[in-house]
Ligand binder design. Structure first.
Ligand SMILES: [Zn+2]
Length: 371
């Protein structure tokens, strides 16, 4: 098992799949289909998607069986082609390193082994997309359609520290604030100008008053641009904001306040663009599943995994926002997502297979109470 898992993981890592390279992501899909067929005995359905790479779908059980569970993952990574040549997958003291091992190729293998372990009559869907790292624009509809048929979604992204499951994820909003003033010579007649940069600086200060880190709300100016030459009053300035919110209420109220900064009646006009990209995954979406996971871990003679609320987003946010019970972080145990030291703890990751299988099995037998 260990050797087979390691070899399959190497093979998936070697099929590099940066989100921006459609062909590479498709080729990785071919590899995953082969690996998956070898493990589960069944070829996936390949679902073409407009504007993005195809998705892979393994569906088990009767088509309309009640109590279906969705296992969700993605095969694209943040690493450009050529990274594997520089940092080939390597095993060292029970850890496997390599680009994309933790986020999230090892998690895909967990999902495939779960299918192999379960009775083929258990209604479960494994969906693997290829555009998660760039916002899931082309796969979103399919994810939502598959999730709608399910009583619960188990997301196979890497665990939080120490193998903790992810019970909450912040929501994400992005904004662009554009200031348009009037240029003038900074030496000869500065009074004739309307300084867009000064207005932008005021806006930066205003946005900082919206921060409430104790409630998990952060408003971060990330990029800015202004002016034309060193001796001209700038007639334009642009500011980008990254907003993370633990609660939907905060996400909407900040949205309203940032939009209210738009004003075209003043000397320097301000326009606001952008909005909510991902709603937060709030704690209650995961609570019942977290309890089940703890229960099954004890049945397996293991310490129940802890849980964490995290800032990053995933496709779990989409499913949770639909009101479907969703638990994330069930894939690889390890660390360093999007970092060069990315690693997977092989033993702890293999322990996810019986745990996730038990979760799916338990849900099929005793579905969660409906809403
Ligand atoms: Zn991921």
């Amino acid at each position: 098992m260990v050797e087979g898992f390691t070899a399959a993981l190497r093979s998936l890592v070697e099929a590099e799949s940066p989100s921006s390279d459609l062909l590479a992501v498709e080729t990785c899909g071919d590899r995953l289909a082969e690996v998956g067929e070898a493990i589960t005995g069944a070829a996936p359905e390949r679902v073409p998607l407009a504007g993005g790479p195809s998705a892979l779908l393994w569906r088990r059980g009767e088509a309309d069986a009640p109590g279906r569970v969705l296992l969700l993952g993605h095969r694209d990574t943040v690493w450009p082609l050529g990274t594997v040549a520089q940092r080939p997958p390597a095993t060292e003291g029970g850890r496997i390193h390599g680009p994309g091992v933790f986020d999230m190729k090892a998690g895909l293998l967990v999902g495939l082994h779960v299918l192999a372990r379960l009775d083929p009559r258990v209604p479960v869907t494994l969906l693997v997309t290829g555009d998660e790292e760039i916002g899931s624009a082309s796969s979103r509809e399919l994810i939502e359609a598959q999730a709608r048929e399910c009583q619960a979604v188990l997301v196979l992204e890497g665990a939080a520290e120490g193998g903790a499951l992810k019970r909450a994820r912040k929501g994400w909003s992005i904004y662009t604030l554009r200031c348009r003033g009037r240029s003038a010579h900074a030496g000869l007649e500065p009074h004739k100008g309307a300084n867009a940069l000064v207005r932008m600086a005021e806006l930066v200060a205003e946005t900082q008053r919206l921060n409430a880190p104790d409630r998990g709300l952060t408003v971060t100016p990330t990029l800015a641009q202004a002016g034309r030459t060193v001796n001209t009053v700038p007639d334009h300035a642009e500011l980008h904001l990254d907003v993370r919110a633990a609660s939907s209420t905060d996400q909407w109220s900040v949205d309203e306040r940032i939009r209210a900064m738009a004003d075209t009646s003043t000397e320097v006009a301000v326009e606001v663009e952008g909005g909510r990209n991902r709603p937060p995954m709030e704690e209650d979406a995961a609570a019942a599943l977290l309890e089940r996971a703890a229960l099954h871990a004890r049945e397996l003679g293991e310490r129940p995994p802890g849980s964490a609320a995290v800032g990053g987003i995933s496709d779990a946010n989409l499913c949770a926002a639909m009101g479907i019970p969703t638990l994330d972080g069930l894939g690889a145990v390890g660390g360093g997502p999007h970092a060069e030291h990315e690693w997977v703890d092989l033993d702890a990751t293999l322990h996810r297979i019986p745990l996730v299988s038990a979760l799916v099995d338990g849900l099929a037998e005793h579905p969660l109470p409906g809403p």
